[in-house]
Ligand binder design. Sequence first.
Ligand code: NAP
Length: 307
Amino acid sequence: MLANPETISPMSAHVVLDGKAIAERMKCELREELAHLKGHPQLRILYFDTPASIVYKNAQVHVARDLGIWTDRTQTDGTYCFPWKTATQHDVEQLIQKWNRDRFVHGIFVHQPVPPQIDPQRISALIDPRKDVEGIHPDNSARRFFAKARIGSCTALAVMRLIEETGVPLEGKEAVVVGHSEIVGRPVSMLLLDKLATTTVCHLGTDKAGRLEEHVRRADVLVVAVGRPHLIKGSWIKPGAIVIDVGINVVHGHVVGDVEFDTAKARAAFISPVPGGVGPVTVMTVMRNTVEAFKGQQAESSGKRDG
Ligand code: NAP
């Protein structure tokens, strides 16, 4: 925990939430847990040959190897790359079905966005829900709706972990989520509701109506997941707010978020940077979900043996 909630006043702290440090702590917790497991969780990653996907995949592979999460029988790194332009629905589905059938594969992660010729909802529905470490299968989305998800959206859980680190209770707070995608905005808004935050979800329609600033200005907790550099002006941030920036944008060769960081930091009590904020925690959450998926499948197969 980074601060006592009672000490937070609008002018007191401007804490930058260190995603790398949080991810390191999560890694230690996971290492401890992995040491007590029988067997090795194995993760498979399907990605596309875009720069963003390759960077993300490399970060996942680095962490997975470090944790020893996959000791792949084929000695490959457990990833498969499809060409963005020529990947077909059929080929992507064939690979997912192969991984679904393989009892040595415990987690499946498909990078988003997928190319336009691929239907992302068909892909989400095809992944075995027990192996769905991104929490995108309709069964897992439904469990989230009923606040009963065992495996949730990695990015949404990472956002919540960063918010938890502030130590600020969410009950009764005004939470504003900008972006309503299936993998980030919507699941985050569900998790904020579970914590009894009064939650508003903004999207393109809000911006087109010229009302984005008005909603952002009253946010005690602001989560932005759009993918538009500096969409949120620092001057809009409510003094003392918690600001979590999920956006990843490359501007003149530099990675930046969706929030104007320097001006926002001067007003916020807590803010996550880009890079080094949500990203590393999301990668670690994929690993956490893989371990959860592994444990679930182990328990299921031992139940079958016992029964
Ligand atoms: P997405 O599927 O493209 O969704 C973007 C959302 O932003 C949509 O709901 C869209 O609304 C909304 N939007 C677009 N323009 C807007 C505007 N002017 N004002 C308000 N809302 C607007 O993207 P995503 O997958 O959610 O990802 C969002 C960002 O987060 C991207 O930069 C992505 O790279 C990043 N990301 C980071 C991580 C991480 O671990 N750090 C993980 C996942 C994603 P409409 O649908 O109404 O157009």
